[in-house]
Design a protein around this ligand. Structure first.
Ligand SMILES: [Zn+2]
Length: 379
């Protein structure tokens, strides 16, 4: 769908943006900063200045064995004494909460060349209760070596401060980048959407491929993946494809501000713009990375739209907003209203700040290779 590099906006607000496609016209469309308190009834898109910052801290494009997880070994050394480790988040009742025991550093277990103790650190044991809810079936639709992570500036369910609600995720790559099948399946549609509608209008995704996969959703619905805005399509309707097979190349056909792959997961009805789910709950995390999934409500349990969420470890900070309104489908299993994928496994402080007031704060552990659930009730 639309890609509007919020990075462009950030360029004038925050240093460090590396976008190379700045256009003056984008600046004119700069949304106003978020000033309204969070409100359940507020469906009006609000600016997303915080989320924009993530553009300066994307994960590396490839996660080769050379990627060092060393920073995750340091939390017990660098967290201040005032930081309390509470047990990891308690899943919702439907997910059979299991209390967790968090291990801490045990200095003295090893010593370095100078005889200085090297603390060892063991992450909390895996909690099988929420792991059961995972239904990762897809691999990255872009190969290693190219940008195969999701753009944080315009995630699923967001408006990025004024755009149409995003019902997929974007992988920002230059025109010509190879697009690959995210899983085995049969090509349901290949071509442009001039005559067959897949978006809110015709000629929305431009050249696209839709694959029907061999597996079904947890509730039995057929599963489709959609690849939009392609420059060139190299497969045909009815063709059998294997995970990793080339489908064509990245472009900016249809409604797109620049070249990128728009990737969707649709359940049940391949042609319906309103059958999407959050792809980040369907794509395997990078090794040693995890996915944070949760729901933000007010004290009475009412789901909140556009609530700003911040997650921070000693290494990184990420920002997100809850889904923009009720037209965004939550996952049938999780019932979430936000997802932040591609988080290196680690302890994170999760907080929600509203108009300068902290309305939620909790330290949790994001598990590797799976989703970690958090229930956020604002005070
Ligand atoms: Zn998109």
């Amino acid at each position: 769908m639309l890609r509007k590099s919020i990075c462009l906006i950030v360029l004038f607000v925050l240093a460090g943006c590396q976008s190379t496609s700045v256009t003056p016209t984008t600046v004119a469309a700069l949304p106003t900063p978020l000033t309204n308190p969070i409100g359940a009834a507020t469906a009006v898109p609000t600016a997303n200045p915080i989320a924009s910052r993530t553009a300066t801290q994307p994960p590396t494009a490839t996660f080769t064995p050379t990627f060092t997880m060393t920073p995750s070994l340091t939390p017990t050394l660098t967290f201040t004494p005032t930081m309390t480790y509470t047990p990891s988040d308690t899943p919702t009742a439907t997910l059979s909460p299991t209390p967790l025991t968090i291990s801490s550093a045990t200095p003295g277990a090893n010593v370095d060349a100078n005889g200085t103790p090297i603390p060892t650190w063991t992450p909390p044991p895996a909690d099988p209760s929420t792991q059961l809810a995972d239904h990762y079936h897809f691999y990255r639709p872009i190969g290693e070596g190219d940008v195969n992570y999701v753009a944080r500036t315009y995630p699923y369910g967001s408006t990025a401060g004024g755009l149409q609600i995003h019902l997929g995720v974007d992988l920002e790559n230059p025109t010509g980048t190879n697009i690959i099948a995210a899983a085995d399946g049969v090509v349901y549609y290949a071509g442009d959407d001039t005559g067959t509608q897949f978006g809110p209008t015709n000629t929305y995704y431009g050249n696209l491929v839709v694959i029907q996969h061999a597996f079904n959703a947890p509730d039995g619905k057929p599963v489709f993946s959609l690849y939009g805005h392609m420059q060139r399509v190299d497969v045909q309707t009815g063709q059998v494809v294997k995970k990793g097979d080339s489908l064509g190349i990245v472009g900016s056909t249809g409604v797109a501000f620049g070249p990128h792959l728009h990737f969707e997961v649709r359940l049940g009805d391949a042609n319906s713009f309103h059958s999407t789910r959050n792809p980040e709950l369907w794509i395997f995390p990078f090794r040693k990375f995890g996915t944070l999934v949760g729901r933000v409500t007010d004290a009475s349990g009412t789901v909140l739209f556009n609530a700003p969420i911040q997650v921070k470890s000693v290494d990184i900070a990420r920002y997100a907003y809850t889904y923009a309104d009720t037209t965004v489908n939550p996952d049938d299993v999780f019932g979430e209203n936000f997802v932040i994928g591609d988080l290196p496994a680690n302890y994170y402080e999760v907080s929600v700040n509203d108009g300068g007031r902290t309305r939620f704060r909790k330290t949790i552990y994001i598990y590797p290779d799976r989703s970690t659930w958090i229930d956020i009730k604002l005070q």
